[in-house]
Write a protein that binds this ligand. Structure first.
Ligand code: FMN
Length: 365
């Protein structure tokens, strides 16, 4: 596993395992002079942590972050910022029967073959959704950096669970309503229906998937490094690193492929002296570069694979077919915990690109 870091100028490294001693993040490249304390990171971690409601796993983790380096007298120093969270509520026995009987839909089988059984399988090990707490540690810092230097703001929210979709609302309204309910959907009516879908799946010993939408405002024009460092390429790479993500689309996305150019093109107009587009089917990116319009993307999450319904698998050693009922405390739907994770990775990529573009200086005054 030699791919635990992402970014060129804002370099984030994630470490730890779900049931190991701790999980953590190292951020190298954050400018000096950013006012930062643990609370800045904790606020965002609290939005992701498990055990908060009946729509998530009942694993109870405080997820208290400790900053170990890179901050002095309340400001970043420019040195690497190392952060950890100690794991406290592991129940590793739930995973004993999964080593040789891989869960359908989880990483157990390819991981066992690749690492020849040496990987820490407890709680999903490196493949666990728990590692997304490390994404949030790095993301919280990136978010604050972007907000303070360039006024860039990212807001992500649940827009679909199963087949239940939210109604589009104005962005100002949405921003304040995201965390008003357990599913993190700004449309409160849709949120109730979404919750019912998750609880029905849980009652059935099953799980359900959904979509997180993310909107970023105030991006300057021209961020991104075509062609392989295009904004879409780097955002997609980061977002596909979230466990259970199976799709990422920008703007009109897959739907856009059903339209004509005359319907999908965003016409340029001048508004308040600024060149903008009338519509935003491009989702704020053209040619891999930001257009100055809001960055709009959607991330599709599959239904969590660990379900307590009886399933068929194969014993890796005997190659005999066996049935499996997955034990343990699992998310019936991972989506309600994902919006802060999406916010975080979008922020990490945008911070990296803003630094690469020279839009943020190495010392903030
Ligand atoms: C916040 C979060 C929580 C997750 N919780 C669970 C869970 O409780 N049970 C489960 O089977 N998968 C869970 N997952 C997804 C698995 O980690 C993921 O499906 C697995 O590693 C296989 O990777 P893949 O789905 O990306 O192919 C979670 C993912 C996220 C983002």
């Amino acid at each position: 596993m030699s791919s635990s870091s992402i970014g060129r100028r804002y370099v984030f490294t994630s470490f730890g395992e779900s049931h190991g001693r701790c999980i953590g993040a190292v951020v190298d490249g954050c400018p000096a002079g950013l006012e930062l304390d643990e609370n800045d990171i904790q606020k965002m971690l609290d939005l992701r942590k498990p055990g908060q409601s009946i729509v998530t796993t009942q694993r109870k983790e405080e997820d208290k972050v400790e900053i170990l380096s890179g901050v002095f007298r309340g400001y970043t120093t420019g040195a690497p910022i190392a952060m950890i969270i100690w794991n406290t509520d592991q129940r590793s026995r739930d995973y004993e029967n999964l080593t040789l009987k891989p869960r359908p839909g989880h990483s157990d089988y390819p991981a066992y073959i690749k690492y020849k059984g040496f990987n820490d399988y407890r709680g999903g090990g490196r493949f666990s959704g728990r590692l997304t707490a490390t994404f949030v540690m790095a993301g919280a810092i990136a978010r604050k950096l972007l907000s303070q230097t360039l006024r860039i703001e990212t807001h992500s929210y649940t827009c679909q669970i199963g087949k239940v979709k939210m109604k589009q609302q104005t962005s100002a309204k949405m921003k304040n309503a995201i965390y008003n309910n357990e599913v993190r959907c700004p449309d409160s009516r849709a949120a109730q229906k979404m919750k019912a879908v998750i609880l029905a799946a849980r009652k059935n010993g099953d799980s359900v998937g959904g979509i997180v939408e993310s909107v970023t405002a105030n991006l300057p024009v021209g961020i991104g490094e075509p062609i392989f460092g295009s904004l879409e390429s780097d955002l997609s790479k980061a977002l596909f690193s979230i466990p259970a993500v199976k799709g990422v689309e920008f703007g009109s996305g897959f739907h856009g492929s059903t339209l004509h150019g005359s319907q999908n093109n965003d016409e340029y107009i001048v508004k308040n002296g600024k060149i903008v587009t009338r519509t935003n089917n491009a989702g704020g990116i053209l040619g891999g570069l930001s257009t100055g319009m809001p960055l709009v993307l959607r991330v599709a999450f599959k239904p969590a694979s660990s379900i307590s319904k009886k399933q068929q698998t194969v014993d890796i050693k005997t190659k005999k077919s066996v049935s499996l009922i997955v034990q343990g405390r699992h998310d019936p739907c991972v989506v309600p915990r994902a919006p802060p994770v999406v916010d975080s990775l979008v922020s990490v990529v945008l911070a990296d690109h803003s630094l690469r573009a020279g839009l943020i200086s190495p010392v903030i005054r």
